[in-house]
Every structure is written in structure tokens, then in C-alpha cells.
Design a protein around this ligand. Structure first.
Ligand SMILES: NC(=O)C1=CN([C@@H]2O[C@H](COP(=O)(O)OP(=O)(O)OC[C@H]3O[C@@H](n4cnc5c(N)ncnc54)[C@H](OP(=O)(O)O)[C@@H]3O)[C@@H](O)[C@H]2O)C=CC1
Ligand SMILES: CCCCCCCCCCCCCCCC(=O)[C@@H](N)CO
Length: 354
């Protein structure tokens, strides 16, 4: 009797195992088949519907174009044949940058101009766009809002004014320019592009960025909604998410960065030229949210909400990787913070004893 029972339960187990194996194979083959079909359809689509990215002859307007990422974008877009207008506050730096941009042109006919303006003021942002339109003779067709800055520090050490400054430049500065630029585009019936600049620090938050990250989160949220609203007028919206970029701005923020923030982020990063190149690549592929490095792909994969992903394969792989990478980074950064806390406690104890 016992033997019969083990025999039947074994058959039952075998049945379950073989059923599981065949279901696994069926699902895998189905997934491979769906992926291949997707890839082929994507290629066919790209063949018949060419990308509408062609900066040649376009009026490209770049806030923060006098140095760092903004300047690199300006130079690379000038190499692609665009007319360029850059905006910033310091006239001397603008002048030097515009010489560099002029040198990168492929034709003498390309117009390169600079406008002095503070984009964190609505009035100044509107005037800068008006001036750019006057100088080139038509409104900008591709608008990049790159001007931004970062004030790292702990909540208890930062002044509330610094929270306001960050929001005013990084977020409101973006809104002022984008609002006026899209109004001008509509008026002139231009089907242009709006490109905003967020940061990887808007996809993951870590110690020391409580003033900066939220302002870049706001840019992300704004761009996400803008993408859908601008479908009404055939204007494309893109948002850049760079990691650390080796720029003047980065050097400045590193001087005041808390020790752990500095340690977690590191002092290394991509060159502005490389970030500009990757951004232009993303734009030419029509990506909505653009990241420039593998770690960015992982952070973006789990932060997309219902936005379209750039590549189904990379997305799937990165979602998988994020299960390991994200908790590991959180545990590691929490560990670093707790280590610092314990050190601070020890120091306090020592002081008390003395
Ligand atoms: N560097 C990094 O690690 C990262 C940077 N980013 C973002 O990328 C963008 C570019 O950064 P980066 O190249 O490092 O910046 P930089 O500080 O090197 O350059 C900033 C540019 O913006 C201009 N600018 C600053 N404030 C204003 C203002 N109020 N009105 C008009 N122009 C202004 C500056 O000129 P001027 O001072 O003369 O006005 C300059 O041209 C920023 O939005 C930044 O937040 C994102 C991720 C990482
Ligand atoms: C909970 C997870 C913690 C993990 C910490 C380590 C992750 C390293 C990736 C750092 C990416 C941030 C780059 C953005 C920098 C930036 O925008 C400023 N430099 C502004 O100029």
C-alpha cells in the first residue's frame, strides 16, 4: 500500500516537473519570438519613417551655453550645421565661447550669437528669447535649457534661501524659457524641439542633495507632462539625465560638498563633450528621457513611470539588474552614513571627557 502511494506521488511530482519545464520552454520561445518581431518591426518603421532630427540650418538656442555641457552641445551642433544662440550672465565667458563655436562651424553662413541674460528671471528669459529671434531673424527651432547649478550641503547647514535659489534657476528657469519658446514656436508654426536638463540625482536621491535634487525632480516632472501636452502641437520634448560631468560647475560644487556626498558621487565623471555626444545620439533616436551611461540606464529603468522606454531589451535587462544594483547602493550608502554618525558620536564623547 505504502509503495503504491510513493509511486503515485512520484508520478505526480514528475508530472509537475515536466509540465513546468515545457511551460518554461514555451514561454521562453514566445518571448524570443516577440522580441525578434519587435526588433524587425522597429527597423522597418525606422526605414519608412525617418528620424526628424536634423539640426542643419536650424536655429538652436542654448541657455547655459557659455561653458560646460551647454558649450559642448553648442560646438557639436555647430559642427552639424546649426545656427547657434547661447545665453548666460557673464559677457566675457559668452564672448570666448562664441569664438569657439564659430570656429567649429562647417559654413561661414551659420549664425553664432550670444545674449546676456539671467534665465532665473522671467522677464530676462523672455527678453533673451526676443533678442535671439531678432538676431537670427526667426525664432529658435531647437531649445535647450541647460543653465543650472548645484548647491550641495546638509539641510541643517543650508539656508532656506539656497533652496529657493536652486528652485528658481533649475526649475523655474526651465519653465520661463520653455513657456516663452513654445509660445513663439506656435506663433511661427514651427514644429521644433524642447530639451530640458535634469540629472541622475533626480532618479536616485542621496545625502547632501536636498536642495538640488528636488529642483531636478521638478524638471523631470515638468518635462514628462510637457511631452504629452506638446503632442497637441507636434513639438518634441526631451529631458537629459547626466551623471557627474567634469565641468567648472562640478569643480565649484565639489569645494563645498559634504565629505560623504563627495565620496559617494566620486570626483570622476564624463567629459562635457562625451555627455553632449551621448545626448545628441539620444535626440537623434527620438528618446524622451536620455541617459548617457550604463548606471543611468539602470536608474532610468526603474524610474520611468509610464513613459516609453528607449529600448525594450536594455530596459528589461536593466530592470533585472536594478533588483541587485539599487539595494546594494542603498545599503552601501546607508552604511557610509551610519559610519559617519558613529564617528561623530565618538568625537562628541571625547570632547565631553576633555
Ligand atoms: N556637472 C555635473 O556634474 C552635472 C550637471 N548637471 C546639469 O547640467 C547642466 C550644466 O551643468 P554644467 O555644465 O556642469 O554647469 P556649469 O556651471 O559649468 O555652467 C553653467 C552654465 O549656465 C550658466 N548660468 C548659470 N546661471 C545662470 C543664470 N541665472 N542665467 C543664465 N545662465 C546661467 C553659466 O553661465 P553664467 O554663470 O555666466 O551665467 C554657464 O554657462 C546644469 O543644469 C546642471 O545642473 C546634471 C548632472 C550632473
Ligand atoms: C540610494 C543610492 C545612493 C547611491 C549613491 C552612489 C550613486 C552614484 C551615482 C551618482 C549619480 C549622481 C550624479 C548627479 C550629479 C549631479 O547632478 C551633480 N553633480 C550636479 O552638478
Amino acid at each position: 500500500m505504502e509503495e503504491v502511494e510513493t509511486f503515485t506521488s512520484r508520478i505526480g511530482l514528475n508530472y509537475v516537473i515536466s509540465n513546468f519545464v515545457s511551460t518554461f520552454y514555451t514561454v521562453s520561445i514566445l518571448l524570443i519570438w516577440i522580441s525578434l518581431t519587435y526588433l524587425i518591426l522597429k527597423k522597418v518603421y525606422a526605414y519608412f519613417v525617418p528620424s526628424n532630427w536634423n539640426p542643419k540650418g536650424k536655429h538652436v538656442y542654448i541657455t547655459g551655453g557659455s561653458q560646460g555641457l551647454g558649450k559642448s552641445l553648442a560646438i557639436q551642433l555647430a559642427k552639424l550645421g546649426a545656427d547657434i544662440t547661447i545665453v548666460a550672465r557673464k559677457i566675457e565667458v559668452l564672448r570666448l565661447a562664441s569664438d569657439e563655436i564659430k570656429a567649429a562651424r562647417i559654413s561661414e553662413k551659420q549664425k553664432v550669437n550670444y545674449v546676456v541674460g539671467d534665465v532665473s528671471s522671467n522677464e530676462s528669459a523672455i527678453n533673451a528669447l526676443k533678442e535671439a529671434t531678432r538676431l537670427v531673424g526667426r525664432c529658435p527651432e531647437y531649445v535647450f535649457t541647460i543653465a543650472g547649478s548645484s548647491i550641495p550641503g546638509y539641510l541643517l547647514n543650508l539656508d532656506v534661501k539656497q533652496y529657493e535659489t536652486q528652485m528658481k534657476l533649475n526649475y523655474l528657469g526651465t519653465v520661463y524659457t520653455i513657456k516663452e519658446a513654445s509660445r513663439l514656436m506656435l506663433e511661427a508654426n514651427v514644429k521644433g524641439k524642447l530639451i530640458t536638463c535634469s540629472s541622475l540625482a533626480a532618479l536616485v536621491g542621496f545625502i547632501g542633495y536636498s536642495a538640488y535634487s528636488p529642483s531636478k525632480h521638478a524638471v523631470r516632472g515638468f518635462s514628462e507632462i510637457l511631452r504629452q501636452e506638446m503632442l497637441l502641437y507636434d513639438i518634441d520634448v526631451h529631458c537629459l539625465f547626466p551623471g557627474s560631468i567634469l565641468t567648472e560647475g562640478f569643480n565649484e560644487e565639489n569645494k563645498i560638498k559634504p565629505k560623504i556626498t563627495l565620496e559617494l558621487e566620486g570626483t570622476d565623471g564624463m567629459t562635457p563633450e562625451a555627455v553632449a555626444r551621448e545626448s545628441i545620439k539620444g535626440l537623434s533616436k527620438g528618446e524622451t528621457f536620455i541617459v548617457c551611461e550604463p548606471l543611468g540606464e539602470i536608474f532610468l529603468a526603474c524610474g520611468l513611470g509610464f513613459l516609453p522606454c528607449n529600448n525594450l531589451f536594455t530596459h528589461a535587462i536593466c530592470i533585472g539588474l536594478s533588483w541587485i544594483v539599487c539595494p546594494a547602493l542603498r545599503l552601501y550608502s546607508d552604511f557610509k552614513v551610519k559610519q559617519e554618525r558613529n564617528q561623530n558620536l565618538k568625537q562628541k564623547d571625547k570632547l565631553k571627557k576633555n
